[in-house]
Design a protein around this ligand. Structure first.
Ligand code: SF4
Length: 235
């Protein structure tokens, strides 16, 4: 059997192994305070890290604390976070999220998520405005070290191209499927996610993936079905 015909789970484990050898293994350490991480992740949607940080620190500098952000004038908040995409949408979503947390918890603190089972923590987070499965899983994996798999555009694209998931699988469904295929330890899921992100930025890019230099090409359906035949035809 050719390697690209392997079952998805074997391919997922091989993908993890090959990317572990290619990119630096990282420790899973809490990055930031949980509230900071939640709001920063909301700000990061379609925004690079530098612009997200600029928005976060400008917002905190102008409004002082979470109470100040929650009660800020709509236009003033949008202006403070204008380095992000969609500041006019993100501002009210952040304010409403802060209102919900304050009303439910009595303070701006979401440490209680640590004690909830994963499905309940995910359900609670995804009820917040502007918080979808990607933001919720990023927060739960990166900060709370829960066994979840954030499926961003890079994880999704590479998983489809290699053949870990089918062409019609949604990002939400991909989360469950990938989780079943990979080792369950959060540090492994974290490294898989971060390595797929790196690989998607550097090699398996949206346009013109660099298949010839890719460590996954022996197991990749896209390479076998599309690129390899094109190269063959051109020869
Ligand atoms: S072989 Fe090409 S399509 Fe497949 S994972 Fe590598 S870069 Fe992406």
């Amino acid at each position: 059997m050719d390697a690209h015909e392997l079952p998805p789970q074997e391919k997922a484990l091989l993908t993890h192994e090959l990317l572990n050898k290619t990119y630096k293994r990282l420790k899973l350490e809490k990055r930031r305070d949980h509230m900071h991480e939640l709001i920063s992740t909301m700000l990061s949607h379609r925004t690079n890290h530098k612009d997200e940080e600029t928005a976060f620190y400008t917002m905190m500098e102008r409004f002082g604390d979470w109470e100040g952000v929650m009660n800020a004038d709509f236009e003033a908040l949008a202006d403070a976070i204008k380095t992000t995409r969609y500041p006019g949408q993100k501002g009210p979503q952040i304010q409403e999220t802060l209102r919900i947390i304050k009303a439910e918890r009595g303070e701006f603190n979401i440490d209680f998520l640590d004690d909830l089972p994963v499905p309940e923590a995910l359900a609670w987070l995804t009820k917040l405005p502007g918080v979808g499965p990607k933001t919720a899983t990023l927060l739960l994996l990166f900060n709370f070290h829960k066994p979840v798999m954030p499926v961003d555009t890079h994880v999704f694209r590479i998983s489809q191209r290699v053949g870990l998931i089918g062409a019609k699988v949604t990002a939400n469904k991909a989360h469950d499927l990938l989780l079943k295929m990979l080792p369950e330890e959060p540090v492994e899921l974290f490294n898989f996610h971060v390595h797929m992100l790196r690989h998607g930025q550097r090699v398996c890019t949206f346009f013109a993936p660099k298949c010839e230099e890719c460590v996954l090409h022996n197991i990749c359906n896209y390479y076998e079905d599309v690129r390899f035949k094109e190269i063959d035809k051109a020869a």
